[in-house]
Structures are given as C-alpha cells and as structure tokens.
Write a protein that binds this ligand. Structure first.
Ligand SMILES: Cc1ncc(COP(=O)(O)O)c(C=O)c1O
Length: 350
C-alpha cells in the first residue's frame, strides 16, 4: 500500500507558468513579471549584504524579519505587530489555510481566479468551494452568511484584471463568518487597496507580493497585513528562517524606494492603456484592467489559435483551456516595444 496521505495521492499538483524552452529572445508575457528592473537601491543593498567576501552569508538571517516588517508597517500605517513578511505571497496563502482550515473544513474562492488556493486546500485535506461571477463581475450565489473557514478574493482579479469596488469587498467581509483574505498581488497597478478594511473588520487579511510591481519575482517576497492574533498564528506556523538575508534586505530596500515603485507602475499603466487601445482597434474584446496584464479575446473567440500563432513568433502569453477562459488570453504588460511587437504580430495573425 502506498504510505502517502490520500489527499496527496489524489491531487494533481499545481503547474506554474511555462518558461521559454530555449535561450532565444522570447517576448515573455505569460507570468505577469515586471519588464523593468527593481529599484537600484535593491542591488546596492544586496551587494552590501553579501559583503566583499560573502562573509555575512555565514550567519542566519533575522528570524523575525524585524527591519522589513517595520518598514512595511510604517509605509501602510500599521503597528509592526500587524505585519508579516514571507517567502512569496504563496507562502502566506499556504499558511493561512493551515492556520484556519482543518481537514474536511471548507476553503472558498472565486472561479476564475488564482487556482493555487485549491491546490493548497487539497494538500491540507480541506474541501474547496468555488463561486462564479455574473456579468457585472460580482459573485454569484454568495450566501449572506458564508460558513467556510476562509475565503480568498483576488482583487484585482487574475486572470481577468478587473477590481472589485471597496464597498463590495467590505460587504463580503460582513458576509464571511470565517476569514476573508484579499489577495492584492496586483493592487499597485490599481486605484485603491482594501487595506483599510483590516482595521475595520477582524476577519480581513490583505496579502501582497513583491513579484509584480516591485520586480522581485526572483527573490520570492510577500507580505500580509492582519490583526496581531492572526499574525501571531502565521508566525507559529512558518519556518523560522523562511526569509534569507538577501531577500530581507532586498524587500526592505524595495519598500523604502516608493519613488521607484510609482515611476515603474506609472510606465506600465500607460503602456497598458496604449496596448488596450491597440487591441480594441484590432477588434479584440478587452476587460477593463487594473493589473499589469489584460484579458483579451479575439473576434473569433479562439484564444488557443492566437496563443499558438504568437508562440510560433516567440511571443509567450497565457492561454487557459478552462471553458470560461478559452475564448481569450491573459497578456502581461511588458515594455512599450514588446507590446508594439505583440500588436504587430496580432495584426498579422488576424
Ligand atoms: C493572484 C496571485 N496571488 C499570488 C501570487 C503569488 O505571488 P508570489 O510570487 O508572491 O508567491 C500570484 C502570482 O502570480 C497571483 O497571481
């Protein structure tokens, strides 16, 4: 008999975004990375932390991530006891499920959104419940009192890109008996955040990533803001040295350089608007995006055909075979030049 837990035996496992198969110059618009480098202060901080001979790497990092938490707390207007940093926001999503949903208990999320929530719930042996979206991008059939232990709301939504209004997110917080986790992986490209709800509602947690707006996908950094009792629980669960020395200084330097963040985000938002106009001129249907990607459908609603034709031209976008998404593609916003090349390719493909 296979000694693996049944939950692990039965699950398929998450498949992360595809990486280009060769070293050729692909235009990579499939995993929502930032096309621009991180703040130069990040590089400086990393080099200083390594030291001339790498001597600092000998020592364990600060297990409490105190400096980075303090910087984040000051930036967002919270006491540091309300903030935790992590090895990517994925680590936080995982540990939130471990903290709140036991075996057989329910975890909910919106479909379509980030399917990794389901994978994490399956590992835990928790039940998964999804809620669809209506034509106005509001949840269908969400009960007045949702009894699941934890509900994940991705806002802005991925892969569709729209953001829920703050008042709507707050109404969901009231309807959730368990925790409402607002996954704000893309919020720096949007117009507002739900972070103020953490102060108003005991059950709200907001998670952020450094992989998109801060251009640090390669460092694996995320953070969450929640009530101190939730942060304490997450601190108990995590590995004690979950963030290495380099990640800690990189995260701290990135947070401290808000001018760089604003400039990068402004460029990407401007490119997004130009790209959307170009797509519409080609007859594409495009969902109004508040993220660093757009979900766009060609006139014949055959996302796979366009994905494959772009792939043949070494342009990588994200196609989902899910029937709710197969009519389009999710396209990350790259540099202006990359998006111009993509529009030219789409024009040729027709
Ligand atoms: C909605 C959403 N949440 C979380 C993540 C994970 O981010 P991280 O790189 O911080 O683990 C992603 C990554 O693509 C995402 O799209």
């Amino acid at each position: 008999m296979n000694p693996l837990r049944k939950a692990i035996l039965d699950m398929a496992g998450y498949v992360p975004g595809f990486q280009p198969p060769d070293n050729e110059p692909w235009i990579k618009l499939n995993t929502n990375e930032n096309p621009y480098p991180p703040s130069p202060k990040v590089r400086e901080a990393l080099l200083a932390e390594i030291g001339d001979e790498g001597e600092n790497l000998r020592k364990y990092p600060d297990p409490g991530s105190k400096a980075m938490r303090a910087t984040a707390a000051a930036l967002y207007g919270f006491d540091p006891s309300w903030v935790i940093t992590a090895n990517g926001s994925d680590e936080l999503l995982n540990n939130l499920i471990r903290a709140f949903a036991g075996e057989g208990e329910e975890v909910g999320y919106v479909h379509p959104s980030y399917s990794y929530y389901a994978t994490l719930a399956e590992i835990q042996g928790a039940k998964v419940q999804t809620f669809g979206l209506d034509e106005n991008f509001r949840l269908k059939d969400f009960p007045t009192s949702y009894e699941g232990k934890i509900f994940f709301l991705t806002s802005p939504n991925a892969p569709l890109g729209f953001a829920y209004p703050l008042s709507y997110i707050e109404s969901l917080a009231r309807r959730c008996v368990g925790m409402l986790v607002v996954d704000e992986a893309y919020v720096d490209f949007a117009d507002f955040s739900a972070m103020e709800l953490v102060k108003r509602h005991e059950n709200v947690v907001v998670t952020r990533t450094f992989s998109k707006s801060y251009s640090l996908a390669g460092m694996r950094l995320g953070l969450a803001v929640a009530r101190p009792d939730v942060i304490n629980a997450l601190d108990k669960i995590r590995d004690h040295y979950h963030l290495d020395r380099l990640a800690l200084v990189a995260g701290n330097a990135a947070l401290a350089d808000q001018a760089h963040l604003s400039a990068t985000v402004a460029k990407i938002r401007a490119t997004r608007e130009r790209f959307v106009a170009g797509l519409k001129a080609l007859g594409y249907t495009v969902i109004d995006s508040r993220a660093n990607f757009v979900f766009a459908a060609p006139p014949d609603r055959d996302g796979k055909r366009i994905f494959e034709a772009l792939y043949a031209r070494k342009i990588l976008v994200r196609y989902f075979s899910d029937p709710l998404l197969a009519h389009g593609m999710r396209i990350t916003i790259g540099t202006d030049a990359e998006m111009d090349d993509t529009l030219a390719a789409l024009g040729e493909i027709g």
